[in-house]
Write a protein that binds this ligand. Structure first.
Ligand SMILES: Cc1cc2nc3c(=O)[nH]c(=O)nc-3n(C[C@H](O)[C@H](O)[C@H](O)COP(=O)(O)OP(=O)(O)OC[C@H]3O[C@@H](n4cnc5c(N)ncnc54)[C@H](O)[C@@H]3O)c2cc1C
Length: 407
C-alpha cells in the first residue's frame, strides 16, 4: 500500500516528461546530431554548441541524463583525482595508449575545469573518488542540462534513433518515438553507450560486448558455506590468479554473496576475470603473518577477523583467511553490470578528433567505443572527456566546411 503513492507520482513524472518531450521540435537540419543524451552525449553537445554549432541531441529515454542518476549509488562518482596532474593513471583503462592519445596529459584537470564552469562543487573521498558536494547525482545532471540549454542545444528525449546513413557530405539520423522523422547533420556523434544497437546500421567493426564491473559467481572453498557468509563485508587484498600467474591485484572491500563475491574490489577484478580463474583473498588485508598469528594466539580470531566470518571458516580460521580461494564460474547479475566491455574498435578512430577514419563526419565517444575503466570515476571521466573531444571536433568540421565554401 505504501508504495502506491510513490508509483503514482513516478508515473505522473514520466507522463509529464513525455509531454515535455513531445513538445520539443526537432530541427530537420543542424550542424551536429548527437545520438544518445547520456554522460558522453551531453558533454559532446555542450562542447559542440559552445564551439558555435547548432546541435540536436536525440535520446531514447523520456529525459536526457537519466543514466547519470544511477551512478555511484545515486551520488555520482564523476571523476577520479588520480587522473589530474601531469601523469594521469592511464593504467586504469583497458586501452591506456588510446585513452592517453585522446585525453592528453591534462585529462583530469580538463574534466574538472569543465565542471567548474558548469558551477559544480565537488568533494574527494577515499581512493581519489570525486563526488558532487551535494552527494546527489542529480546535481551533476542538472548543471549539465542547464549548460546545454544555455548553449542552445536542442534536447530531444523520447526519440530512439533507428538508423544513421550518409546524406550528401553529411549524415541523416532517423528517429522515432515522441515524434518520428530525421535530422540531416554535417556531423553525427555516436554517444549511445554500450551495446550494438544503432551502430549496426553503420557496419562499423566492434569488439564483442560483455558485461564488466559486476559481481562474480564463484565456487567457494570446500567446507565454506557461501550462504553462511552472505552479506558480510571484509577489507582484503584480492588477487586474481590464472594458473600460477597473478593477473590483477586490488585492495579494498569485498562483499560475500550467496552466489559468490561482490564489492568494488571484485568489480575491478571482473574486468580481467575468466571462468576457471581463482580469486585469492587475504582477509587480514596484508597484516604481517607472524603478527597475525601472535595476535590470534593471544586473543583468538575475533581480534583479527570478523567473528562471523571466522566462525564460517571453522577451525584454523586464520590460516584459511590468509589465502581464501574462490573459483570464478562467470559474471553474476550481468544485467546490473556498470560497464559494457567491447564496442567500436578504437583503431578505426582518430584519437585527436574521435572521427571514424573511414566515415568522415561520424564521431564516437564514451562507452560506444571499446574503452572501459576501473571503478572509482574512471568510466565517467572517459565519458566526459571523450565527449568534449568529439563534440569540439564535430563542430570544427562544420567550421572547416564553411571555410572551404568561402574560399
Ligand atoms: C548502476 C551504475 C552505476 C555506475 N556508477 C558509476 C560511477 O559512479 N562512476 C563512473 O565513473 N561510472 C559509473 N558507471 C558507468 C557510467 O555510468 C558509464 O560509463 C557512462 O554512463 C557511459 O556514458 P555514455 O554516455 O557513453 O553512455 P550512457 O550514459 O549509457 O548514455 C547512453 C545514452 O544513449 C541512449 N541511447 C542508447 N541507444 C539509443 C538510440 N538508439 N537512440 C537514442 N538514444 C539512445 C541511452 O538511453 C543513454 O541515455 C555506472 C554504471 C551503472 C550502470
Amino acid at each position: 500500500m505504501s508504495r502506491g503513492p510513490r508509483r503514482t507520482s513516478r508515473s505522473r513524472a514520466r507522463e509529464e516528461a513525455l509531454a515535455a518531450a513531445a513538445a520539443v521540435r526537432v530541427p530537420e537540419r543542424c550542424d551536429v546530431a548527437v545520438v544518445g543524451g547520456g554522460a558522453a552525449g551531453l558533454a559532446a553537445a555542450v562542447a559542440a554548441a559552445e564551439s558555435g554549432a547548432s546541435v540536436a541531441v536525440l535520446e531514447r529515454a523520456a529525459t536526457c541524463g537519466r543514466t547519470i542518476l544511477a551512478t555511484g549509488n545515486g551520488r555520482c562518482n564523476f571523476m577520479n583525482a588520480s587522473l589530474c596532474g601531469p601523469a594521469p593513471a592511464w593504467e586504469r583503462y583497458n586501452d591506456p595508449a588510446f585513452v592517453a592519445a585522446v585525453c592528453g596529459p591534462g585529462f583530469g584537470d580538463d574534466v574538472l575545469a569543465f565542471f567548474e564552469d558548469c558551477g559544480l562543487a565537488w568533494a574527494e573521498e577515499e581512493g581519489g573518488r570525486l563526488y558532487p558536494l551535494s552527494r546527489q547525482a542529480s546535481s551533476v545532471r542538472e548543471v549539465l542540462l542547464a549548460r546545454a540549454a544555455r548553449a542552445g542545444v536542442v534536447l530531444a528525449p523520447a526519440r530512439e534513433v533507428a538508423c544513421i546513413e550518409r546524406d550528401g557530405g553529411g549524415w541523416r539520423v532517423a528517429y522515432e518515438g515522441a515524434s518520428s522523422g530525421s535530422v540531416v547533420a554535417r556531423s553525427a556523434v555516436l554517444a549511445a553507450g554500450g551495446g550494438e544497437g544503432v551502430t549496426r546500421s553503420l557496419g562499423l567493426a566492434c569488439a564483442p560486448y560483455e558485461p564488466v564491473l559486476c559481481s562474480l559467481a564463484c565456487a567457494a572453498p570446500q567446507d565454506v558455506s557461501l550462504a553462511g557468509l552472505d552479506g558480510r563485508r571484509a577489507h582484503v587484498v584480492a588477487r586474481l590468479l590464472r594458473g600460477d600467474v597473478e593477473v590483477a591485484r586490488e585492495v579494498g572491500e569485498v562483499l560475500f554473496r550467496s552466489y559468490g563475491l561482490s564489492g568494488i574490489v571484485v568489480f575491478d577484478l571482473s574486468r580481467h576475470a575468466l571462468p576457471g580463474d581463482v580469486v585469492a583473498l587475504d582477509l587480514t588485508c596484508g597484516l604481517d603473518r607472524d603478527r597475525a598469528r601472535a595476535l590470534v594466539a593471544a586473543g583468538g580470531c575475533a581480534g583479527v577477523l570478523d567473528p562471523v566470518i571466522a566462525g564460517a571458516l571453522g577451525s584454523d580460521a586464520l590460516e584459511r583467511a590468509l589465502d581464501l580461494r574462490f573459483v570464478v564460474t562467470g559474471p553474476a547479475e550481468p544485467e546490473r553490470a556498470q560497464v559494457t566491455r567491447g564496442g567500436l574498435l578504437t583503431e578505426r578512430f582518430d584519437p585527436a578528433t574521435l572521427e571514424a577514419r573511414e566515415l568522415p563526419g561520424l564521431f564516437a565517444c564514451g562507452e560506444a567505443l571499446d574503452v572501459d575503466g576501473a571503478c572509482g570515476g574512471f568510466n565517467l571521466a572517459w565519458a566526459w572527456k571523450s565527449g568534449l573531444v568529439a563534440g569540439r571536433a564535430a563542430a570544427g568540421r562544420r567550421a572547416a566546411d564553411d571555410g572551404a565554401r568561402r574560399a
